[in-house]
Design a protein around this ligand. Sequence first.
Ligand SMILES: Nc1nc2c(ncn2[C@@H]2O[C@H](COP(=O)(O)OP(=O)(O)OP(=O)(O)O)[C@@H](O)[C@H]2O)c(=O)[nH]1
Length: 420
Amino acid sequence: MSLISHVRKRIILNRFVSVIDLSLNVNNSTSTESFIHSNSSNLKLSKQIKSENYQQNVEKYSPAAPLRSLKKKSSNDNYATEFIDYKYVHVQGGKGGDGMICFLQLWSNPQAGPSGGDGGHGGHVIFEASKNTKSLNHIKSKYTGEQGENGMRKDMFGKNAQHLIISVPIGTLVKNAQTGQIVADLYCDQMKFLAAKGGSGGKGNHYFLSNKNRHPNVAEIGAQGENNKWILEMKIIAHAGLVGFPNAGKSTLLSALSRARPKVASYPFTTLKPSVGIVQYEDMEQLSIADLPGIIPEAHCNKGLGLDFLKHIERCVCLFFVIDMSVDNPFEQLRILMNELDLYKSELLQKPITIIANKMDMDDSHMKLKIFQKNLDTNNLSHLKVIPVSGKYGNNLTELLIHFRELYDSQNLNNQNNDE
Ligand SMILES: Nc1nc2c(ncn2[C@@H]2O[C@H](COP(=O)(O)OP(=O)(O)OP(=O)(O)O)[C@@H](O)[C@H]2O)c(=O)[nH]1
């Protein structure tokens, strides 16, 4: 055994023994060997002893003292990170590498001529649509491309820099920050937009060799990359948008379906901006749902959160109408919602619509649901699928999620993204 491994073994043994000693202090009946042979059972044993000691101490000193627990965050403290649907980005292409000035000196030919290599090109900054990117939250305000490598001696060229690829969600619009003009629509997966060109590499002094100038003492400096300012805007904010009256339970439902934590409260207009949650299926497919601000009659005339809210609906691929089954006339809610959408933009009603009958845990909700469905039949709306749920208690959400996935697969909501 080498000296080092011997010393290491001693250290490990010492540490082990000190753990054993600690445990032995509290339970002398356990022998050292038994610790060595069953280390895991020791841990359990020492934990048990510690908790027994703790109990004793509690009884000895402060029998009435309550155990302090970490303050539990209420769900309302834990807001969803604000959904960002546009970002202002400053992009700078990477600088080209500088050309080299040097002269080759060989033992046979001390003046073998200029041999400075060219600099490598700077990296471009590229926006690329990716189906795995669901939001613009990760986008920074400034990106600079990588710099090209400088040219080297013996005519060695510097390496070109790697391009910097920034992934954005499918359906991102790129706008000129100064004019607001749309310059690109990244509507399908892996579609790219060259946001800033990298600078070209400078020529080394070998490039300037001519009959007149046999000793060029000059080389180019690498060019600066392009400097551009863009606005990235998400055209589509979610696969499905939760549309409903204030207090219908949209935010509660989104929290139950995803990890988003929008603000939930019993007063109307708690949701002022859309928040988006991601639902992940077993095959790793991710679908997004947006909790949209509540709608009230005459929203199309800009009442309540009015046009702002309606603008967001346009950017969802399918619509889930959340109807509160605890109110006197739930069908009236649906009628007003459809009417408002129709008056704002009738095309909105062409989107796939599903009705979520929410608050089914409330008294009379089942009776109201029956009347609601009869009303659908009499108003020629029987083709609309109704899914009864309770967002608060998580009832029947699986059916809703299965329906959402089927809708996605059958209509290929992704393709719809592309067409819009
Ligand atoms: N009993 C019951 N109450 C619910 C249910 N879903 C939501 N609520 C309650 O309804 C109230 C409003 O819920 P929110 O989720 O904030 O409603 P919202 O539609 O997002 O409201 P706005 O943000 O104003 O548009 C809260 O007090 C919830 O606890 C449900 O399924 N059953």
